[in-house]
Design a protein around this ligand. Sequence first.
Ligand SMILES: Cc1ncc(COP(=O)(O)O)c(C=O)c1O
Length: 400
Amino acid sequence: MIIASNIAEKLERSSWIRRMFEEGARLRAERGADRVFDFSLGNPEIDPPAVLGRTARRLLEADEPHRHAYMPNAGFEHVRARIAERLAAESGLPFTSGHVVMTVGAGGALNTVLKAILDPGDEVIVLAPYFVEYAFYVENHGGRMVLVETDENFRPDIARIEAALTERTRAIIVNSPNNPTGVLYDEADYAALDELVTRSGREILVISDEPYRSLVFDGVTAPSVPRHVSHAVICTSWSKTLAIPGERIGYLAISPRVPGAATLAGACTFTNRILGFVNAPALWQRVVAEIGDVTIDVRPYQEKRDLLCDELEAIGYELVRPRGAFYVFPRTPIDDVEFIGLLQKEGILAVPGRGFGRANHMRLSLTVPHATIERAIPGFEAAFRRARAGQGASPSDSTR
Ligand SMILES: Cc1ncc(COP(=O)(O)O)c(C=O)c1O
């Protein structure tokens, strides 16, 4: 075979979302696009704020020499300084441009930092359910992902994390607001994690993967992780908050409180280069530095969360109401893969929870029009009834 056997094996492991994509194409051909309700993808369905395009056009047309040239591998100094200013204001810590490396999205940031810290066999703790790419990112650099279950509300379970720590633990990845659960960690979660890492006496980094950080509902603000966690490294992007995942722009920021922060920043600058990213896209670095704190309007996502959660709960689904990101992760009334099959009969596409490390759940993405949710509700109800009826429960037990 032309491809490596370990990649063939990973292709197989990563196939849930791809399978849903293929299933979507099949269903659309069979029923017509307007009778298929695709809740499987986390791709923003809206356009970025208008200021983004205006700023990009203006910067592209500005008559600056060498604007398309190579630059220092960490990114433009003025862009990193602007980001450091914002981080310092949020955290109260003395962030400088030297703590920031511009990256090719949050995915690029995670790979850059993991490459800088992992020796073969080193362990990275990931809290399940989780963003599936973490497993591949850790393995890219010879590491081993150690999965630790969250509690019944999908929050970090400190005792379980403590039990998973070993001499080889190099990092714990946290992701809030979370994909796939939409759960937002609060200050107490971070304080408990910090206390654990400090008590362990080990050099463990807390990598905060936070591309959804400003997509929060109900007027809350997501806590600054470096404010509460001493050994924090932020990995993030504008992919979700500006609806520009195709532009591949993000950064990593090492807390000034990390011992050897300057050495780690230097290592990340090097790994950013040797991973072949070289530097983050020049135009988009300049754009994000200029447009400041602009984000997409979160209200439509909040409204869609309310609509979908209210309707699903009224049908009888159990769920933890998301406080951010754009996913809902309800429990399925029967085995998740079987239930996904029942939903498909209703033209609804969802991803089984086992694809994220938690069976008997499913991920529904809110990146669909409001009307799609309204039109899909009868299908969610019919599938739920059928699942319950199959288990011997009377359909009327489980419906409105
Ligand atoms: C939790 C999480 N982390 C990282 C990423 C990658 O983001 P980016 O597109 O900026 O690389 C995603 C994208 O879906 C995500 O959901």
